[in-house]
Design a protein. Structure first.
Length: 582
């Protein structure tokens, strides 16, 4: 049975003109025009029986026209003025009474365009409730919800979880708009799935607080200086990211000064020495599997101290001179001094301890297996039975943050890429504060550039290997355009900056650009949802999550009005000096 039951003569008007996905409706009665609002839904009778074209009102116009053909004249204006009531409608899909064996199916495509004089109806009241129920039907036992539709507070806004992650997503919103709540709403639903698998890059530690705990969520953090040398790191969910996981280019980006005249020699000798040390390591464990096939970028452990010793030897090497019994400087004498100094400085910097001050445990050939299992195992297969892994990067130095997050993303993608198709279990990467490490401009920073390349590759090729990106940012104008252009789902909360609004407008289809006019006036926790995952592009009021991120806006006036102020400067200074939160 068709869901729309429009009464006779209840149409608001008829089609006046058609232009691809835009339709102009002529409204005959002023009373009917008054009941309409921008972003309301309308149904237009299709040329195919049993179908209605669904559209969103983009503009409502009431204008006066000068009728020059009439013989009647007005004493004041000299001619008779007529009134035209017009609404502009953007078509968004088709509602079919029957589609195969299913009844009342909404599709985001247009098989036809409306005919001139076709009747147009306002979807409201009982018809609205029935329509929202139809588009909210889900085939999964645990569907993905985000909140309630603003146009019908009784209708739950469901998202297609497959299409949301298959085709990448963007969650944006100015500070205080409710972006973190939106992310928390997703996380708490993902965590309940029996085989969930996602990694959240937590840049400020807002998803790592005591209030953000539930079954299915595991909290990890990158080691800080106070963690170094402790054997209980694994039990404490502390991550070490040993230097040998870095590629040749990534290591050089941290160590090499390209302006140094000796940079080519330094890069060449470092490459040669590292490769030799990797082979030496495989010899030391009597390896017969990897040695014949490894490259300079293969993630094989090696001892950095041995690399330093060899580079120092070459830097100070004296060779036999032309005359017997004499010596002269070797071919690389003094050319590696600055490179060695930079490498030693990095090695001794405790802020970089998670990279360079590793233990014997991280120098075992099987260590990477355990590391990848902690990152990539689903709820069902992980030891902690947690499919959501939240990694706290808040204590990682900002100058290497893009490189380190890019390193983690690259490893996830590479392991997934080399997994046999039948054993690939999809994984999503949720990139909070993405503008910090997926930037539009890197300003020639080699470390940021390499980190960015990892995300660009995932954005372009991740779908083939079951790796999804969810880009989360308060400044979409500062996020890389290549990555954003690969995202087909947009959840935009309030955006007050004109540049940020412009970016979202350019990414949306032309016929939906009118929806973006509401971006600066959205309420807190209200979002514009557009994309493949949402059958209906519209405004949604996001439900409050049961787990709260530690991102609530501080109430300055309320705190300033209290008598008993709490501050702990002493411990804060200690934490600053120790580079760890006390």
């Amino acid at each position: 049975m068709a869901i729309f039951q429009f009464q006779e003569n209840s149409e608001i008007g008829t089609v006046f003109s058609v232009d691809t996905a835009t339709v102009i409706i002529k409204v005959g009665e002023l009373d009917k025009l008054r009941k309409l609002q921008v972003n309301h839904l309308v149904a237009i009778v299709s040329s195919k029986a049993g179908q209605h074209l669904i559209g969103i009102i983009n503009r409502i116009t009431r204008k006066m026209t000068d009728d020059k053909e009439t013989n009647e004249e007005d004493a004041t204006f000299g001619s008779l003025f007529l009134t035209e009531n017009i609404i502009k409608v953007n078509l968004i899909g088709t509602l079919m009474d029957k589609y195969g064996s299913k009844e009342n199916v909404f599709k985001r495509n247009l098989d036809t365009v409306p005919e001139i004089e076709a009747k147009c109806f306002h979807i409201d009241g009982e018809n609205m409730t029935k329509f929202m129920t139809t588009i909210s039907s889900q085939e999964y036992e645990t569907p993905l919800t985000i909140g309630k539709y603003s146009i019908d507070a009784n209708a739950t806004a469901f998202l297609d979880g497959d299409k949301l992650f298959q085709r990448h997503a963007v969650i944006v919103g100015s500070t205080g708009s409710g972006k973190s709540w939106c992310v928390a709403k997703f996380i708490e639903q993902i965590a309940k799935l029996p085989s969930a698998n996602c990694v959240l890059f937590d840049i400020h530690g807002e998803y790592s607080g005591k209030d953000f705990n539930m079954n299915g969520i595991q909290h990890l953090r990158v080691a800080n200086p106070s963690d170094l040398g402790k054997t209980e790191n694994l039990a404490n969910n502390v991550l070490m990211l040993p230097y040998w996981l870095l590629t040749y280019e990534e290591m050089l980006a941290m160590l090499l000064d390209r302006s140094d005249s000796n940079a080519p020699n330094q890069a060449m000798l470092f490459s040669k020495t590292v490769f030799t040390e990797k082979q030496n390591f495989l010899d030391s464990i009597s390896d017969k599997e990897f040695k014949s096939s490894i490259t300079i970028d293969s993630p094989i452990p090696y001892k950095l101290d041995s690399v330093l010793t060899e580079l120092k030897r070459l830097d100070e090497e004296m060779v036999a001179g032309a005359k017997a019994g004499t010596e002269k400087q070797g071919p690389f004498f003094g050319k590696l001094t600055r490179f060695v100094q930079r490498l030693e400085a990095k090695q001794q910097d405790k802020r970089m301890g998670f990279l360079f001050q590793i233990s014997n445990d991280e120098l075992k050939i099987d260590w990477m297996n355990d590391f990848c299992k902690r990152l990539m195992c689903s709820s069902e297969t992980s030891e902690q039975k947690a499919g959501v892994k939240i990694i706290d990067f808040s204590e990682v130095p900002s100058d290497v943050l893009p490189l380190i997050i890019g390193l983690v993303a690259r490893i996830v993608f590479a392991v997934q890429q080399w997994t046999n198709k039948e054993n690939q279990h999809p994984i999503a990467l949720l990139c909070d504060e993405a503008h910090l490490y997926i930037p539009e401009r890197t300003n020639q920073d080699a470390t940021s550039e390499l980190g960015l390349k990892s995300f660009e590759r995932i954005a372009k090729e991740g779908r083939k290997y079951g790796v999804s990106l969810v880009v989360i940012s308060q400044r979409p104008s500062e996020v890389n355009r290549t990555v954003l252009s690969q995202c087909n789902n947009f959840i935009s909360l309030r955006l007050t900056n004109v540049e940020d609004q412009s970016v979202i407008k350019k990414l949306l289809p032309d016929n939906l650009s009118g929806l973006t006019e509401m971006l600066p006036i959205l309420d807190i926790g209200e979002a514009l949802v557009v994309g493949d995952a949402s059958l209906l592009p519209t405004r949604v009021q996001i439900d409050e999550p049961t787990i709260k991120p530690d991102s609530a806006t501080i109430k300055f006036w309320e705190f300033w009005s209290k008598n008993n102020a709490k501050q702990d400067i002493e411990n804060a200074v200690k934490g600053l000096r120790k580079q760890s939160k006390l």
